[in-house]
Design a protein around this ligand. Structure first.
Ligand code: C5P
Length: 221
């Protein structure tokens, strides 16, 4: 019989990039494929969880049993996440654009002979940190961190700064965007566990195993 040990649990997952318009035809974004987040959403749904997947634009199908809420910008992603609360757990895999244009030009920005335009950027909200500080904070909040150097030190500091329970750090020096495989370390209150390189679907299964164990016995974590 299938393991439905997360039935009755509601889990929020963020995935994919955000897209920040500059004008009606241009935008700021990044190379996130959404693969790792979608694999986690699928693995959670397989265990019987109610899964809300708040996703930027990606080209992968919605996993079976998952409720997807499509968004474009970081502010839309935050609003969709806050509207999904309360949830038991939040897994933030989205590659949220750190910045957006201060003003979105109403018409296409023209080449007018005065040289390139100056783009004024403003900071986007941090969705993970906002969920961690929420009065409806999920019992378990998991962040992801793509790092290119001092992976572990940076990830440890990031876990504390954001206020999440677990932080999954991945070393993106060797290209992980759009790839099928991933090499990650999981950092919690007790320290760090490095996992061998594996398929993103297996990273998802391993993480969901830990989530099952957390909800079976939160004090043991
Ligand atoms: O600070 P950094 O972007 O490296 O942190 C990565 C983690 O924070 C990921 O879990 C990502 O989904 C989350 N994040 C977020 N909102 C932002 C920036 C990052 O939720 N604006």
């Amino acid at each position: 019989t299938p393991d439905r040990s997360l039935s009755g649990r509601h889990v929020l997952v963020t995935a994919g990039p955000t897209v920040e318009p500059l004008d009606p035809v241009r935008f700021l974004s990044n190379h996130s494929s959404g693969r790792q987040g979608y694999a986690i959403a699928a693995a959670l749904a397989k265990r019987g969880a109610t899964v809300t997947l708040v996703s930027g634009p990606v080209s992968i199908p919605v996993p079976e049993g998952v409720h997807r809420i499509p968004v474009q910008t970081a502010r839309e992603m935050l609003a969709a996440c806050e509207a999904a609360l309360p949830v038991d757990a939040a897994i933030c895999t989205a590659a949220v654009s750190d910045w957006r244009a201060k003003d979105i030009a109403p018409g296409k920005i023209k080449k007018n002979g005065d040289g390139p335009p100056t783009l004024e950027l403003v900071e986007n909200p941090d969705i993970l940190a906002t969920l961690c500080r929420s009065s409806q904070r999920p019992r378990l909040v998991v962040g992801f961190a793509a790092e290119t150097d001092d992976v572990l030190q940076n990830a440890q500091a990031k876990r504390l700064r954001k206020g999440c329970d677990w932080l999954v750090a991945n070393d993106v020096r060797h290209g992980v965007f759009g790839a099928m495989r991933n090499t990650v370390s999981l950092i919690d209150d007790h320290g760090l566990q490095s996992w061998p390189e594996m398929d993103k679907t297996d990273v998802a299964e391993q993480l969901v195993e830990r989530i099952v164990a957390f909800f079976a016995n939160p004090l043991s974590q």
